[in-house]
Design a protein around this ligand. Structure first.
Ligand code: KIV
Ligand code: NA
Length: 265
């Protein structure tokens, strides 16, 4: 199988073929999502929430992200493996940012990194891309800044915020980013950004006119009944299925219905 590359994503945008991205944090799911045709597996720092049970993405460490990325890389044959740089691994200065990105690339077999922010992380992006490491940007709702935002609400509202976002998107493209995630912004603004950029945009809560879409795998598969924002479409109800299967197993064990003679040696 031919691997999805940064240039492959670029030509998908030119052809008008939408890019399908999902988050992924482990080997088994990587094999399944990859075989089902997902173009990009994002080892998101949302692992902090959905894998580790933290309230925010802030606590996850670079070592923990590297572990998840190693697991996903072993399972992905066709998909690009893209790894989030965690909070604290790139913000302070560009030399530290480069060192963090180099660790991810050296130790995981991933193909690219993603980091949050605009003008304030431009120098880091320049340094990382100059080292030959593909970088995806991330604007709009950037969860690592949750304590500054105060809520996970819609971003890019109003003319001033919209203009700032478009300006920063162009800066990120100029700095060498191969793509851009836009999170929770008005669909009209995401359409405008997507048209203004040569590089592909990947939306989450950003309408259909992005060049691709991304969802958190557990949300898309319906593994978490509490989380149901407007932008989410659930393609399965795995919470129900897993609960049903687990209850049936527990009941069989309690009633000595498992294992049967055929399942015994
Ligand atoms: O960490 C994550 O899951 C993300 C996506 C939602 C874009 O960054
Ligand atoms: Na993320």
């Amino acid at each position: 199988v031919k691997r999805i590359t940064t240039t492959g994503l670029q030509s998908m945008k030119v052809r008008g073929e939408k890019i399908a991205m999902l988050t992924c944090y482990d080997y088994t799911m990587a094999t399944l999502l990859d075989a089902a045709g997902t173009d990009v597996l994002l080892v998101g720092d949302s692992a902090s929430n959905v894998m580790a049970g933290h309230e925010t993405t802030l606590p996850i460490t670079l070592d923990q992200m590297i572990y998840h990325a190693q697991c996903v890389s072993r399972g992905a044959k066709r998909a690009m493996v893209l790894v989030d740089m965690p909070f604290g691994s790139y913000q302070s200065d560009s030399a530290i940012a480069l060192a963090s990105a180099v660790r991810i690339m050296k130790e995981t077999g991933a193909h690219a990194v993603k980091l949050e922010g605009g003008e304030e992380v431009l120098e880091s992006i320049l340094k990382i891309t100059k080292a030959g490491i593909p970088v995806m940007g991330h604007l709009g709702l950037t969860p690592q800044s949750i304590h500054q935002f105060g809520s996970y609400g819609l971003q890019g509202k109003g003319e001033e915020a919209a203009e700032k976002l478009i300006k920063e998107a162009l800066m990120l493209q100029e700095a060498g980013c191969f793509g851009l995630v836009v999170e929770k912004i008005p669909a009209a603004l995401a359409a405008k950004v997507s048209a203004a950029l040569q590089i592909p945009t990947i939306g989450i809560g950003a309408g259909v006119n992005c060049d691709g879409q991304v969802l958190v795998m557990q949300d898309m598969l319906g593994m978490n009944n509490e989380f149901k924002p407007k932008f989410l479409r659930k393609y399965a109800d795995l919470a129900e299925e897993i609960t049903r299967a687990t209850s049936a197993y527990v009941q069989d064990v309690k009633q000595a219905q498992f294992p049967s003679a055929e399942e015994s040696y």
